[in-house]
Design a binder for this molecule. Structure first.
Ligand code: AKG
Ligand code: FE2
Length: 344
């Protein structure tokens, strides 16, 4: 249902990261047939390309080429000794955590705040380094500090298999270029639900754009909503894209990828706990500048992750946000058993 009080804001929302088809303009079949959604896709890609050209110095030539062809930068930013120290720090910390359940998977996030970093010096050095920040900022096309979390993915939290984990379906996160990064703290093997990414799917070629236009019209007609379009294997073929690359990777591997590109969490074949340093960054994709002068507000830098979690929990309690049901679960270590209230 349209909220008419918000009507004056509808046109403004076209120029934001809003992907949901809840805005009547974005959800208009007529406007999408005329190319509104497709225009947002094209404009944000052009802007991201321009911003990335100004951020070339943040990565090596090899990293830049890898990103430009595949949509992801894969690296090992720490030497074995430093990585061992980092793993020790992270696995043993006990900090405020939030959990969200999707199907039979639970995602736990511990925000990496300035106070947490005082007790984890190796982690503090890593997250301040260009080795770590460069690929995330280049892939994300903004010279802005990403939000950082220690994230644990618990699979098969209910037995036998309950409702499926939606992250197991191939999808794109949104209509514009954006970044997520994973640095795995344990070896990730085939059975524990590795991340998978379709190399080259970050590129907006005419075929992909036409596909977007069709999907936006279907969404406006009441088809699958949300804008994190799901992609079947048959569609992947039609888009002339390869099978997803599965990140079975040794501990210490980092991936920074544009999640406009297609990706999924491979279905785990056994209960597993995948612990990672995880990053996300989503400034307004229509911002032509590499800096974000409006956000974070002074004094908030490094605290957005925790503020976002507090907001998500509050919003859930108030019934404002139904989809992502984040709960505060107290202080835990990354690998402690999940505590999401739906599990008890
Ligand atoms: O956990 C994963 O492997 C991927 C999840 C995902 O799709 C995402 O974080 O956007
Ligand atoms: Fe995703």
């Amino acid at each position: 249902m349209a909220n008419w009080l918000a009507a004056p804001l509808w046109p403004l929302e076209i120029f934001t990261a809003t992907k949901a088809f809840s805005n009547p303009l974005l959800a208009s079949e007529k406007l999408n047939r005329r190319g509104l959604y497709a225009w947002r896709v094209t404009a944000t890609h052009r802007l991201a390309d321009r911003r990335r050209r100004k951020l070339r110095h943040l990565v090596s030539d090899a990293e830049r080429e890898a990103f430009d062809t595949t949509g992801a930068i894969v690296k090992t930013p720490l030497a074995p000794d430093a990585f061992a120290a980092l793993r020790e720090e992270v696995m043993n910390l006990s900090a405020p955590a939030y959990e969200m359940r999707e199907g039979d998977a639970v995602t736990r996030r511990i925000a990496v705040t300035p106070s947490l970093l005082t007790s984890t010096p190796t982690l503090a050095r890593l997250v301040a380094s260009q080795e770590y920040q460069g690929p995330i900022r280049y892939a994300g096309s903004f010279d802005v500090a990403p939000q950082l979390y220690i994230q644990t993915i618990f699979t098969h939290v209910v037995e036998p298999d309950g409702s499926p984990d939606p992250q197991n379906q191939l999808h794109m996160d949104t209509f514009h270029p954006t970044v997520k990064s994973w640095l795995w703290l344990d070896d990730v093997d085939e059975d524990m639900g590795p991340f998978a990414y379709v190399f080259g799917s970050h590129k907006l070629d005419p075929r992909r754009l036409a596909w977007h236009k069709r999907r936006s019209v279907i969404a406006a007609q009441g088809g699958p909503h949300g804008g994190s379009f799901r992609v079947s294997d048959a569609e992947l073929r039609r888009l002339h894209l390869p099978d997803p690359h599965v990140f079975v990777a040794p501990a210490g591997t980092m991936v920074a990828g544009d999640t406009f590109g297609l990706h999924r969490r491979t279905r785990a074949t056994r209960p597993s706990r995948r612990v990672e340093l995880w990053a996300t960054s989503r400034p307004n994709p229509f911002n032509p500048f590499i800096k974000n002068w409006l956000w974070p507000l002074p004094g908030m830098e490094g605290r957005e992750a925790i503020l976002w979690q507090e907001y998500a929990t509050f919003a859930h309690k108030m019934g404002l946000r139904k989809r992502k049901d984040w709960h505060y679960v107290g202080k835990v270590r990354p690998k402690d058993d999940p505590r999401h209230p739906s599990l008890t």
